[in-house]
Design a protein around this ligand. Sequence first.
Ligand code: GBH
Length: 488
Amino acid sequence: MGSTGREAEVARADFPDGFVFGVATSAYQIEGARREGGKGDNIWDVFTEDKERVLDRSNGDIAVDHYHRYREDIELMASLGFRAYRFSISWARIFPDGLGGKVNEQGVAFYNNLINFMIAKGIEPYATLYHWDLPNNLQKTLGGWISEKIVDYFALYAEACFANFGDRVKRWITINEPLQTSVNAYGIGVFAPGGCEGETARCYLAAHHQILAHAAAVDVYRRKFKAAQGGEVGLVVDCEWAEPFSEKAEDQIAAQRRIDFQLGWYLDPIYFGDYPESMRERVGNDLPTFSEKDKEFIRNKIDFVGLNHYTSRLIAHHQNPGDIYFYQVQQVERIEKWNTGQKIGERAASEWLFIVPWGLHKLLNYIAKKYDNPPIYITENGMDEEDDQSATLEQALNDTTRVGYFKGYLASVAQAIKDGVDVRGYFAWSFLDNFEWAMGYTKRFGIVYVDYKNGLARHPKASALWFSHFLKVIATVCIHHNNHRCAV
Ligand code: GBH
């Protein structure tokens, strides 16, 4: 299928020797074991107790049971040829009440086992500290990311992780997609802890404190761990490419504004010391201000940009857009088709996900130009299919559209590298089918199929096998030519 008509061709040799290929997951989406190992409740545990919150009324209590099956999962990952794994640490396993008083040794032991096993199998750990699963106690007692106090609690948690795992983990990500926590969690409320309709200021506060918390964690790392451990700390932002709907100046400006409200919101403060001007203009007093001290503190507190990217949209200027206040503030309209009726790309299962490989090429060039060519890791990229209860296993494993998706997007990354963009790695989302937040288990993002009806058995899909082939071709060639540059 594929949106470009003809499928892109791409090979491992189109990427530099040291380029990292991995897969990504997050704790709440795969681990399960909600009440095991001394873990405390997090906001998703509590949010999903209200069955109406999730499309299939499910939750992550068991998820895909990775907590008990991590060895099998890592072995499969290694056998497919992946050499890096981006996973997230569950805050409430380390500090069950979030307060940072005393680490939960069982939680530390779980991640020690996971990391040690990974390394034994030749897989480099990329650890995310926060992928949306805030200890519920911090929500209950402080209001979570709405409170400025969260910054100190996050720094304590980050420090505990650096201290316990940093001898082996050299690539850290502080926060996954702060945009989603701001807009979908504290703003609109489709994600935990659930929002508060009408109180738009909440989402800007949640963003503000995430930026400060990120910087505080990087600060701890640089002061106390960097010299001995020698690792790097980045932030993962998510951004769609915003393609102007027309040549009209107002559409061009709207598309830029859309990127400001997704990417600039988080990266501008860190690289330039303040929010984008377009946000200040539109949001006004709801947008918090950074003190001079804050500005100084957050400036350049980042070693690499992690980019989660899935899709692109046509963006037009709009005077009176739809019903969601966040877009009212932006005053942009997101469109799926050009005037010709041609769609921007085929749709995946999720309503928001169109297959637009060229959008990634444009976005990577945009980031390089805007932020002075920082090191970039693509920390998530992928697509989903519907959980089809009537499909046979054989049909479910034959994910040819996803193979086309990866080929197209990887070719786009290779092109950006040729343009001079400093992209260092790529992680497919996701290794396993998993709990897709408000969509529950109705959407499957995995390159490995999880059979929910038969003991959660894992079966690699065609895309996993395609990746395996893609990754191993060069290894064979290198060994053959005894080319030391390629020897890993
Ligand atoms: C990523 O977010 C997440 O990091 C990851 O955990 C997740 O599994 C993956 O995407 C796939 O979704 O239509 O109102 O439900 C990507 C950004 C944020 C895009 C939520 C889609 C859906 C909002 N996504 N958004 S809604």
